[in-house]
Design a protein around this ligand. Structure first.
Ligand SMILES: C[S@@+](CC[C@H](N)C(=O)[O-])C[C@H]1O[C@@H](n2cnc3c(N)ncnc32)[C@H](O)[C@@H]1O
Length: 326
């Protein structure tokens, strides 16, 4: 196995105290049960897999995919992993996980190689996406899974400008990661991402949504009912969503919308919804609707037919529903 570790001095993370680093780098590792659930969402049965793990941390997501694939009756013949992780203190654990993956693949008769790159994923990927003359050759990733770091990026920050140079407008690091990954994937390549739910609506994420939905075809959206359960170990109070999408401009007839509490082994409720109910064809904002029940669909359809704003109709909205204004 090649577990090549590249170091770039300029990209090294300054020494920071634990909590400060955790927040600056968005270090919230994926619990094993969620990593396994994410790995189960890939559809393709690859003969040859080139997997991208951007912001790999200690490699929980890659490990989950390898365990799943090695357990299949029809396993891939070859798996190649490219893992980017900015924090050099995590690289030894990442390498150890990749060695576990190699051992598991060896036992299963699957050829395995991996690169653990101690690099800033955005700085590394942008020149490839831009097609810079001296950029490394474009990789052929047919799958990517990611739990990206989340942090606001200000409009004049170097990261924002770098992303903009690759045609990506992102107000949060997580959207920048996902947009870059979408651009790096090969046609029909699959993405599974766990991110905050905030990109589904709101004006700040409109450029991200438009770009993403143009090239990627949503296949499944999984919502956690509780804000805190999925990442309870780290006290993350973000509303999280898991997205499975395929790089294909053609939209499917239906998208699966599922939900669970996020507790390991808990039940998952799922239903298939027409694509147009998730993203309305004529919606200039390209909102992504996550109605989890028929009742929510009906409420949305009624709201869509209302003319005028809620206050003008004497109504107000809160997280518990729509109320008559007093
Ligand atoms: C939310 S954690 C997820 C870690 C791991 N993938 C998992 O699911 O457990 C995000 C990871 O991205 C890393 N990271 C943050 N900024 C990065 C960057 N610009 N390039 C590469 N990795 C980065 C963090 O150090 C952290 O390990």
């Amino acid at each position: 196995m090649t577990v090549a570790i590249k170091h770039h001095e300029s990209e090294r993370v300054p020494v920071m105290a634990g909590e400060e680093k955790q927040h600056r780098l968005g270090q919230f590792p994926t619990p094993d049960a969620i990593a396994d659930f994410m790995a189960s969402l890939f559809h393709a049965r690859w003969r040859e897999l080139d997997l991208l793990d951007a912001g790999a941390g200690e490699g929980a997501l890659t490990r989950a995919v390898i365990t799943r694939l090695c357990g299949l009756r029809h396993k891939p013949a070859r798996i190649t992993v490219t893992a980017y992780e900015l924090d050099e203190t995590l690289i030894p654990s990442l390498r150890a996980r990749l060695r576990d993956c190699r051992d598991e693949c060896e036992r299963s008769g699957v050829r395995f190689s991996a690169s653990a790159l101690n690099e800033d994923f955005i700085a590394a990927a942008v020149p490839i996406v831009r097609g810079d003359f001296f950029a490394p050759p474009r990789p052929h990733f047919n799958a990517a899974l990611v739990n990206p770091p989340y942090r606001k990026i200000h409009s004049d920050s170097p990261t924002r400008l770098l992303l903009r140079s690759a045609g990506i407008e992102a107000s949060n690091l997580y959207a920048g990661f996902v947009a870059l990954i979408a651009k790096l994937l090969a046609d029909q390549g699959e993405l599974v991402a766990i991110t905050p739910r905030s990109f589904c609506n709101g004006p700040y994420f409109k450029p991200f949504r438009s770009g993403f939905l143009e090239t990627m075809s949503l296949r499944r959206l999984h919502v956690f009912e509780s804000r805190s359960v999925a990442f309870s170990r780290d006290d993350v109070l973000q509303e999280n969503i898991i997205v499975h999408a395929v790089k294909d401009p053609a939209k499917p007839e239906r998208v699966t919308i599922s939900s669970s509490s996020g507790a390991p082994g808990g039940p998952v409720a799922a239903r298939k919804v027409p694509y147009g109910q998730v993203v309305s064809p004529g919606d200039p904002h390209q909102f992504i609707h996550l109605a989890q029940s028929g009742t929510e669909d009906t409420a949305r359809a009624i709201m869509g037919r209302l003319s005028g704003s809620l206050p003008a109709l004497g109504l107000s909205a809160s997280s518990t529903g729509v109320h008559r204004s007093m």
